[in-house]
Design a protein around this ligand. Structure first.
Ligand code: SAM
Length: 283
């Protein structure tokens, strides 16, 4: 069964009375070369976790490349379709849950015995950032996160300092992983055709965060505040984010930091300053 064929997808829809849900981001991938690239990028672990199998086009490829595949699908109307399309894939288990409500740690421990896994997914766009954030911040045993996301979002994940795409999510991705765009995927590679182009991002998760900070919670609070209002100066962003204008102004003035700088500039520069470290991260 060729799941990358529009005819097969239409036949399956008719056979199972399935209707695509726009709300759940159901745009199914048609490009087998992209499937190969996702599998290759995710390789290196025995197990793989997929989020949102749809009709199982990626699941099927993952089942050929990994010993065990756990795939989490929110839409229960897809379950009979998946039983049919993945009938021969004995190493695949479908979990019918909302990924955002799933106890991921418990599931990974039960299904993979806490061994490192890769994550591979053509993500539903409406919750891309919350899913990626939860994977990064969850402290799970993950080696690689390979996700198809909207092209503009992929560019934000992998942005270079000083560009307009660089933001809090870039810092988050680069704190835990080394992210790279492995391919761009036009809207025409999906059925139904979405309005936007996509890209596959591969994030290699590092053993340790790439920057040492004393207080991660505070670090990310500062980063979020710094990028919250891009038209404001960094000083004003931090002042409104922390409600401590005077303290920050006096702190930055001691560093001779240019008040006109905007958060475009790499926030690590200021955060790594020993003076700021000792003041905002008191030991
Ligand atoms: N993997 C398939 C492919 O590549 O063609 C389908 C990808 S489709 C873009 C996204 C899938 O995620 C859909 O099957 C959708 O039902 C599922 N999904 C949406 N929200 C979800 C959630 N919160 N938890 C788990 N699955 C979800």
């Amino acid at each position: 069964m060729e799941l990358t064929s529009v005819k097969t997808i239409r036949d399956l829809c008719q056979m199972f009375g399935f209707d695509f849900s726009k709300g759940l981001g159901q745009n199914f991938l048609l490009d087998s070369a992209v499937l190969d690239k996702i599998c290759e990028a995710a390789s290196g672990t025995e197990g793989v976790l997929e989020i949102g199998p749809g009709f199982g086009v990626l699941t099927k490829e993952l089942s050929k490349n990994f010993e065990k595949v756990i795939s989490v699908e929110i839409d229960k109307t897809l379950l009979p379709v998946l039983s049919y399309t993945l009938e021969e894939c004995k190493n695949v288990k479908i979990i019918n849950e909302d990924f955002m409500k799933l106890n991921v740690k418990k599931m990974l421990c039960e299904e993979f015995n806490s061994k490192k896994v890769s994550v591979a997914a053509n993500l539903p766009y409406y919750i891309t950032t919350p899913i990626v954030t939860s994977l990064l911040e969850g402290g799970y045993d993950i080696a690689n996160i390979v996700v198809m996301v909207q092209k503009e979002v992929a560019e934000r994940f992998c942005a270079k300092p000083g560009t307009k795409e660089y933001g809090a999510i870039t810092v988050l991705c680069n704190y835990y992983t080394v992210p790279e765009i492995i391919c761009k995927v036009p809207a025409s590679s999906f059925y139904p055709t979405p309005k936007v182009d996509s890209a596959v991002v591969c994030m290699h998760v590092c053993e340790e965060p790439r920057v040492k900070v004393k207080n991660e919670k505070l670090f990310f609070k500062i980063v979020k505040a710094a990028f919250a209002q891009r038209r404001k100066t960094l000083l004003n962003c931090l002042a409104s984010g922390f409600g401590m204008e005077k303290a920050i102004i006096s702190l930055l003035s001691t560093l001779s930091y240019q008040e006109c700088l905007t958060p475009f500039y790499n926030s690590f520069f200021i955060l790594k300053s020993p003076k700021v470290q000792s003041t905002v991260f008191p030991s």
